[in-house]
Design a protein around this ligand. Structure first.
Ligand code: 13P
Length: 252
């Protein structure tokens, strides 16, 4: 009932030409995929070109960030409306790199959630605990805070365009993946929070992606977990063969 989503977060990589080549390579190797929603998230400077290159295909395009205002004196920022204007479908917000390196807190991320709800764009809201938080027994509190504060005030009608990405910070770019059981435990908890906030129907319909060192050799086990509905892939999404193998995960 939940269409799996595999999203590639290209982070700060690829020139415009490299991004077009990567996108078209993925497109040509996934024309047979009908049951997985594929998303790529290029750097801002390549977003327009990649959106153009993928127009007419079923592959969706995401921005990696946005500012929660439509326009104005906000030097250096990009609004959801402008992202939508060039044909994007989603915006990733709350990524741990933005939280840690750029000081974004739950209140600011919540403003982005609301700004995106004003548009036709989908939201991929990233959450996840650090190693210190996990080891000190704070994981569930942190996830609760990130979900409740992140979605604060968002009406139930907007949830249809929200995807949650659980990315334990200690698994990002480290080669250290959460075990299948660790991922399932967190995903089930996140779904229970959605149930508390929005009820069983929304909880059952909302996709929860796992992110953090997803690779061809661990995707099948992760995707076999009942509450894992897809993957948000960093490093491996820059390698076409790896990303395509992740998209074509095996049902075990
Ligand atoms: P890696 O797959 O490189 O660990 O990155 C995960 C990530 O941050 C996706 O948003």
């Amino acid at each position: 009932m939940r269409t799996p989503m595999v999203a590639g977060n290209w982070k700060l990589h690829n020139t415009r030409d490299q991004a077009i080549a990567l996108a078209t390579g993925i497109k040509s190797q996934t024309s047979d995929v009908t049951d997985v929603e594929i998303v790529v998230a290029p750097v801002f400077t390549a977003l327009n070109a990649v959106a153009d290159a993928l127009r007419g295909s079923s592959i969706k395009v995401a921005a990696q960030n946005c500012y929660p205002q439509a326009q104005g004196a906000f030097t250096g920022e990009v609004s959801p409306q402008l992202v939508e204007d060039i044909g994007c479908n989603y915006v990733i917000i709350g990524h741990s790199e933005r939280r840690q390196l750029f000081g974004e807190d739950d209140a600011f991320i919540n403003r982005k959630v609301h700004a995106l709800a004003e548009t036709g764009l989908g939201t991929i809201l990233c959450i996840g605990e650090t190693l210190a938080e996990r080891e000190s027994g704070q994981m569930f509190n942190v996830l609760r805070r990130q979900v409740c504060e992140g979605l604060k005030g968002l009406g139930i009608e907007s949830m249809v365009r929200v995807v949650i990405a659980y990315e334990p910070v200690w698994a990002i770019g480290t080669g250290k993946t959460a075990s299948d059981q660790q991922a399932q435990e967190s995903h089930a908890f996140i779904r229970s929070l959605l149930d508390e906030l929005y009820g069983a129907q929304v909880a059952g319909a909302t996709r929860i992606l796992y992110g953090g060192s997803v690779k061809p050799d661990n995707v099948d086990g992760l995707m076999a977990q009942p509450d894992v509905d897809g993957a948000l892939v960093g490093g491996a999404s820059l390698k076409p063969a790896d990303f395509v193998r992740i998209i074509k995960f095996q049902k075990v």
